[in-house]
Design a protein around this ligand. Structure first.
Ligand code: NAD
Length: 494
């Protein structure tokens, strides 16, 4: 049997199915970019809210802008927009929930006007996004809107025939303005620092070029809450599909698997109402900045520490790496000694518990997160995740030795492209050739990698950093060197 509204009646009792009347749910949220993360995160929060009466106006209509979303539309339609969320706890326990909060899905390439009309419909109060960092169309070096993108050029010149998220949103807001309707909130759920501010800046840059009056109206009326989002959601695999059939005899063609941890911290700025997400575990705050800093400096930097050191050693996944006691000890020492002193105490968060939980999350053997994915685009990630911490510690006269070895390992990784046993590493980075070129000069100049000043700033002139860095690089490049021995030395200097 295939999963759909009718087959819900045949589900075993251990599967949590929508207990609410889905025919009464209206789409107050239109979501662009229905990937795995949206289905594990925002759609799950709404599903929880719908279990108690009063939130029926906050259902979700999914939107797919890309041709690649055709298959997803077909699957969701055939399944009455239902799918299974398989939550895998670190201890091996599994919870299965059929999520019912999505009640429709529009595939834009087939009917663009239907998408514009849906966004402009008075029932739509929030337009939310998970379109990946690339969807925001900013230049990664300058942070400014990229007007050279051909899709953007199309959208600026053809307001009724859009391709990009900005083109659709601007077209819908224009209709609302003309019809005297108020604005909707644009809510980014992407993993970008100050995602609301970035979305606002990009949409205004786009609209200013297309229609100056519209841009002014958007600036005055639309709200863009910032948020920190967190839940590790790997790409769905055939084994996830097989698992659902085996577990309850119903076939779901696109189930989502994720970890049990989830977090959503949102600035409470919405211009046309919002669901009470706090009743489903989200947190509303005035300023999301310290929460983002905590997450980036501990979770994302922690991933890079394990990813780069683990790759050089020859490990393949995060759980494999952190189950090595030396790596777990190193990560914890890095978080305690070099990150925590720079973090603020946050309301509702015990940092010690947050760090314990992080290590438990990384160790989850049921969430196989590859080190190649973790280390991909390190040039875009490390300045925010790790180098910012090093700079703050240097300014305060604090120790930087644990983080410094990670930079040295990054140099070795970029130079050699293989682990210390000689196995090839899959290096994915937009700056790969620059990284390799600088790193390859290390044997003649052991500070050469640091000459990439767009990443490292003036670290190559700071002796409190370079003294550790030189020692680490020399040790890593020594014949028959072993990263674990170097890690032990950094943890307990002789
Ligand atoms: P995904 O690839 O499963 O989904 C992304 C969706 O966005 C797809 O439907 C894709 O077609 C669409 N999309 C991609 N580029 C687009 C564009 N330019 N315009 C419009 N639509 C576009 O990825 P995911 O795992 O759902 O992650 C999406 C985003 O969610 C990430 O980039 C990140 O910002 C955030 N996030 C993910 C995780 C995670 O663990 N997966 C955790 C926290 C935050």
């Amino acid at each position: 049997k295939g999963l759909n509204q009718e087959s819900l009646a045949y589900m075993p009792s251990h599967v949590d199915t929508p207990s609410y009347d889905r025919s009464k749910v209206k789409a107050g949220i239109v979501h662009i970019g229905v990937g795995g993360f949206h289905r594990a995160h925002q759609a799950m929060y709404i599903n929880e809210l719908l279990k108690t009466p009063g939130s029926e106006q906050w259902g979700i209509c999914g939107v797919g802008l890309l041709e690649a979303n055709r298959g997803l539309r077909d699957v969701l339609k055939q399944q009455d927009y239902l799918y299974t969320l398989t939550v895998r706890h670190p201890n091996g326990t599994i919870d299965n929930t059929v999520i019912g909060s999505m009640i429709d899905f529009l595939f834009a390439p087939e009917n663009k006007q239907a998408v514009i009309n849906k966004l402009a419909h008075p029932d739509t109060k929030i337009v939310s996004l998970t379109i990946t960092e690339g969807g925001y169309n900013f230049n990664p070096v300058t942070g400014e809107f990229d007007y050279a993108n051909p899709d953007i050029i199309n959208d600026i010149n053809n307001p009724n025939d859009p391709i990009t998220a900005f083109g659709y949103i601007a077209a819908a807001l224009k209709l609302r303005k003309e019809q005297g309707l108020g604005a909707f909130t644009v809510q980014s759920c992407d993993n970008i620092q100050h995602n609301g501010n970035v979305t606002r800046k990009m949409l205004l840059a786009f609209a200013a070029e297309q229609d100056a009056a519209l841009s002014e109206w958007i600036a005055a009326n639309v709200m863009f809450p910032n948020a920190m989002v967190d839940r590790i959601t790997p790409v769905s695999k055939q084994s996830d599909i097989d698992y659902v059939v085996d577990a309850y005899g119903v076939s779901d063609e696109w189930p989502i698997t994720c970890e049990s941890f989830t977090q959503w911290v949102i600035e409470d700025s919405f211009c046309d109402g919002r669901p009470n997400w706090d009743n489903a575990g989200a947190q509303f705050v005035k300023d999301v900045t310290p929460f983002e800093t905590m997450k980036i400096r501990l979770l994302n930097a922690g991933h890079s520490v394990l990813g780069l050191l683990g790759s050089v050693h020859g490990y393949g996944t995060i759980d494999e790496t952190v189950s090595d006691p030396l790596f777990a000890k190193y990560l914890r020492a890095f978080m305690d000694k070099e990150v925590t002193p720079n973090l603020e105490q946050l309301e509702g968060i015990d940092l010690e518990i947050y760090k314990d939980t992080l290590i438990e999350r990384f160790a989850n053997p049921n969430i196989k997160d590859s080190l190649s994915r973790i280390c991909s685009e390190s040039a875009a990630k490390l300045p925010k995740f790790l180098i910012a911490t090093i700079n703050e510690n240097l300014a305060q006269g604090r120790d930087v030795s644990l983080a410094t070895l990670v930079i040295a390992a990054w140099c070795f990784y970029s130079d050699k492209g293989e682990d210390e046993q000689g196995n090839t590493l899959e290096v994915i980075d937009a700056m790969q050739s620059e990284l390799h070129e600088a790193a390859a000069k290390t044997t003649t100049d052991n500070l050469a990698f640091l000459s990439l000043t767009s990443l490292f700033g003036d670290l190559n002139t700071q002796s409190a950093f370079t003294s550790h860095y030189k020692n680490n690089v020399d040790a890593l490049y020594a014949p028959a060197s072993k990263i674990k021995a170097i890690m032990k030395n950094v943890l307990e200097p002789k």
